[in-house]
Structures are given as C-alpha cells and as structure tokens.
Design a protein around this ligand. Structure first.
Ligand code: BES
Ligand code: MN
Ligand code: ZN
Length: 484
C-alpha cells in the first residue's frame, strides 16, 4: 500500500480524483463555502448521518466532486480512538467495491496522534493475509492519500505512522504464516533479507555455535524436533558505535506443542503464533529501515520448535544454561523462558542501555489482562515508565505487573538452581521472576504478549503488536540523542 501526505483542505479534497473520498468531520464542523460541509450539514439535519464515531454515510457520484464515492465519517471530538473507529467504519463501507485509491481528509486541523490513528486504521481495516492461499484475493486498496488542511508540520508524524504500518504488517505476515511455512530457518531468511537495507546487519547462529556458547537451556527445547534451531542476531546502526544499543529479544518458538508435557488438541493450531515476539522484533527492524533514526538497536531471536521425538527433553531433566545456572525442567511446556534465558545472557556482551524481551509467554497473562493490554514486568521504574508511556502514545497499551521476590519461592528446586515452573497461581509473574534471574546485568523489561499478539475465533490472525509500542519507545530516545 502506498501512502501520500497532502496538505489540502476540503475544497482541494473535492477536486481530487479517487475511488472514494473519506471525509472525517468533527463535532464542531462549521459550514464553509464548498460542497462537502454543506452535504454533511444537511445529512446531519435529516438524521441520515449521525455525529457519532463509527457512523458513516456513503453517496455515489456526489455532485461537484471528482471522487466516485463520498464517505462522510464522524470523528466526534477527534480523539485518536474516535479517528480509528471512524476510519475503520469508512474502509469497511467501501470494502468489495473495487476501491483502489482512497483519499482520507480531515475537515479540521488534526493533531499528530489523530494523523497516526488514521494511517494505522486504514492499514488495519484493509489488511488481508494471502501467502498460503491458492487463489489469493489480495488487498484492493493500493493508494491512500491523507489530506490535512495546512498541516505540513504533521509530515513527520505521518512518516512515523507509515513506517509503523510497514513494521506491523511485516510482523503480521510472519506471525500468520503456518509453522511449516515459518520455520526457524525461514525466520532467519527473513532477518537476512532485512540486512539488505542500509544500516542493518544480520548474523545467524546454528547448533554448533549455540553449543559452543553453552546455551544448554535453548538447546534442550530444540532437541525434540528435526527442524534445526536458529539464533538470529540483528543490528541496526543509525548512531555512532559509541552510543550503547537497546536490545530487543523476541521469543521465536515457531510451533509450541508443549513437548512431552503436551498441550490439549483444541486450538493447538494457534501455537504457530508462539513466535509473535520474534515477529515483532523483525517488524521493528523493518520500520527502522524505513525511518533511519539516530539510534543503535540489537535484535536477538532464539528460534526453534517445541516438539516431541525420542530425544525430546523430559520432565525432571536438569540442563545448564549459558549463565551457568542449572534448571530443572519440570514442565516442557514452559519452554519460552528456557530459550529466552540464554538470549538474555547473550545480551550482556552488548553492555546495553536496556534490554526488552517480548514473548507469548503465559496463558496466565491472558487470564490476567485479556487481549487489551500486554503485561509489562520490570524492576526498573524509569524503563517501566518509558514503556508505559510509549504504549499510551501509540495506542498499543501495556500494564505494569509486580515482581516481588516472594513470587520466586515457587521456583525452588531440590535438584537444580531453579525450576522452570511454579504452580498455577501467579503464573505470569513466576515466569517473569524466572527471567529476572538472567537479567541482572542491565536495565530489563519483559512484555508478555500472549493475549495481545493475536486474535482467536472468526477473526483469527496476528495483530502486529507490540511493534507500535516498541517503535514509540525507541524513537522517544532517538529524539533525545540526535545523530553525530
Ligand atoms: N506459548 C505458551 C503460552 C501461551 C498459552 C500463549 C496460551 C498464548 C495462549 C507457553 O509456552 C506455555 O505453554 N506456557 C505455559 C506455562 C505453564 C506450563 C507454566 C502456560 O501458560 O500454560
Ligand atoms: Mn509452551
Ligand atoms: Zn510457548
């Protein structure tokens, strides 16, 4: 999809040739001397159009306008949430109507967050997955113009939003692909392809390298599958080497059967999404490639399948992690933390300013927070505040969860330094407490995205979260430290 930024007002919008002109009008619309506001005013008067976000009215071949269709959509007071709702409803109204080019215009001076919301919502509402369909009916929408009256100042916000869309869609694409089309090797290929962009480098480690690093915990998960593991290392260098990087670690379990502690059959297909953390890291790099901010970022993706064969790790097995700590694997389905802990130890070599891991880690987090907010765990108040506010800014919300030491009691083992599971109680927190043991050498945060990364049911599919949150967090730091 191609996005263009235009600074026209409604008079300019009326002259724009397109398949659909979407006019976002606010509650304090004043009638000017042009056809669009006049039409909106009369439709509001008759009650055919309501001034409520989500309500739209479409007309075909409106007079005095170059557009084939006009969609009038209320944004109420113009809050980002309302803009999102209005744009989604408008895109839905023109779906299946051979609309290739649309022009979305604000009737009023919009703020940065409203522009971002409009761009994100057009992309979201028109996204179609096609990769594994034999007769793909792809996205109809190919060109989107965004019209803001007199708003060239808003171009940077627009650019940010367009890059975020690229990142979100890259993440969705990889997350949605079935596990046989998204193996650890395929993910490594996607990461290597990103290294074609300037400023991005990629290195992929296989079993030999991982073994010599001593990643015994990661290897224990991978050993139950014929599919070889991959440890992906991405570098984005937009700032001088002297600037310490932020490290993002994405859980890359391309399929989680549970292993010997096997999962029930119902909905097991959804465990192809167990690499959504990895997909979000790839998505962030895709967006960084487009924006080129003056920051340094490292992406780490420990990737493998969690399957069952004659060599699979067994409940009760004790393994030695890269940190030297031994782990009693009481439940082979708590595999995410086992691959992440070695990635956390690997991250130490970058002396990072912060490490954020992103993982579809626990069903318990879904129970606690549902699909609305991701779980945020961090012992560092500054880092936690930065991530919370990045979530608010990008409408990709998270919620801070506790990390009291008393939660660690559950992880005590008679046969190793630590067990990989506690009980069912506080499961999202004990998982985070496990990870914290490996994150003592840098400011660290953990995002549990088990509830937010994908949707179940009829609309089954990846959401691309938390790419918007992570980008907002990284870019906030970029503004503080400009290039050179
Ligand atoms: N990938 C799952 C977490 C998950 C479950 C995400 C359901 C989304 C929906 C993870 O590897 C897992 O299986 N966790 C276990 C941990 C338990 C054994 C302590 C869980 O949550 O049941
Ligand atoms: Mn599992
Ligand atoms: Zn898992």
């Amino acid at each position: 999809m191609n996005f263009e930024f235009k600074t026209f007002d409604l008079t300019g919008a009326a002259r724009e040739k397109c398949d659909a002109l979407v006019v976002l009008f606010s509650s304090n619309l004043t009638t000017a001397n042009e056809p669009i506001t006049a039409l909106i005013a009369s439709a509001l008067k008759t009650g055919d159009l309501l001034d409520k976000p989500g309500k739209v009215l479409m007309t075909y071949r409106p007079s005095d306008m170059a557009a084939t269709r006009l969609v009038m959509a209320s944004v109420g007071e113009g809050a980002p949430k309302d803009v999102r709702q209005a744009v989604s409803a408008a895109v839905l109204a023109v779906k299946g109507k051979t609309v290739k080019k649309i022009c979305v215009c604000f009737s009023h001076l919009a703020k940065e967050d409203a522009i971002e919301a409009a761009v994100m919502a057009v992309a979201e509402a028109s996204y179609v997955y096609v990769s594994t369909k034999s007769k793909p009916e792809g996205r109809e929408l190919v060109r989107v113009q965004l019209g803001v009256p007199g708003g060239i100042k808003l171009k940077p916000a627009f650019d940010r939003a367009v890059a975020t869309v690229s990142g979100v869609e890259f993440a969705k694409e990889w997350a949605n692909r079935p596990a046989n089309h998204a193996t650890p090797t395929h993910l490594a290929g996607a990461a290597k392809a990103l290294a074609k962009f300037p400023n991005i480098k990629c290195e992929v480690l296989g079993l030999k390298e991982v073994a010599s690093l001593g990643m015994g915990s990661f290897m224990a998960v991978a050993q139950g599958s014929e599919e070889p593991l991959r440890f992906i290392v991405l570098h984005y260098n937009g700032a001088p080497k002297t600037q310490v990087p932020t490290v993002l670690i994405g859980k890359g379990i391309t399929f989680d059967s549970g292993g010997i502690s096997i999962k029930p059959a119902a909905e097991m297909d959804e465990m192809k999404f167990d690499m959504c953390g990895a997909a979000s890291v790839l998505g962030v790099f895709r967006a960084l490639a487009e924006l080129n901010p003056a920051i340094n970022v490292v992406g780490l993706i420990p990737s493998c399948e969690n399957l069952i064969n004659g060599r699979a790790v067994k409940p009760g097995d004790v393994v030695t992690s890269m940190s030297g700590q031994t782990i009693e694997i009481l439940n082979t389905d708590a595999e995410g933390r086992l691959v992440l802990c070695d990635a956390l130890t690997y991250a130490e070599r970058f002396k990072p300013r912060a490490v954020v891991d992103i993982a579809t880690l626990t069903g318990a987090c879904v129970v606690a927070l549902g699909a609305v907010r991701s779980g945020l765990f961090s012992p560092d108040d500054t880092l936690a505040a930065a991530l919370l506010s990045a979530g608010e800014k990008s409408a990709d919300l998270c919620w801070r969860m506790p990390l009291d030491d008393d939660y660690s009691e559950a992880l005590k083992s008679n046969f190793a330094d630590v067990a990989n599971v506690g009980g069912r109680a506080g499961g999202a927190v004990t998982a985070a407490k496990f990870l914290q043991r490996f994150a003592g050498k840098f400011p660290w945060a953990h995002l549990d995205i088990a509830g937010s990364a994908w949707k179940s049911g009829a609309a089954k599919g990846a959401t691309g979260r938390p790419v918007p949150l992570l980008l907002a967090y990284l870019l906030a730091h970029a503004q503080l430290k400009p290039a050179k």
